[in-house]
Design a protein. Structure first.
Length: 68
């Protein structure tokens, strides 16, 4: 099975509909995730820095990227 992990900055929600304006990119990502989840051989997960900080800390590639 293929796994796609998306690491997002600290956000109040992943939907893109909270805050002062709608974030079209987050809405698009949510739609893509829905489609990907229908595939049998692909798993997609989203990690938000505010909600899932441990997922960031456990991934050395993410740590290295954040340092740069």
């Amino acid at each position: 099975m293929k796994k796609l992990a998306l690491y997002e900055p600290a956000l109040c929600c992943s939907t893109g509909v909270c805050g002062p304006s709608v974030d079209e990119d987050l809405l698009r990502i949510t739609g893509v995730m829905k489609q990907v989840k229908e595939e049998d051989d692909v798993m997609m997960v989203r990690y938000n820095l505010a909600a899932n900080p441990n997922s960031f800390v456990r991934n050395q590639n993410v740590i290295d990227t954040m340092k740069n």
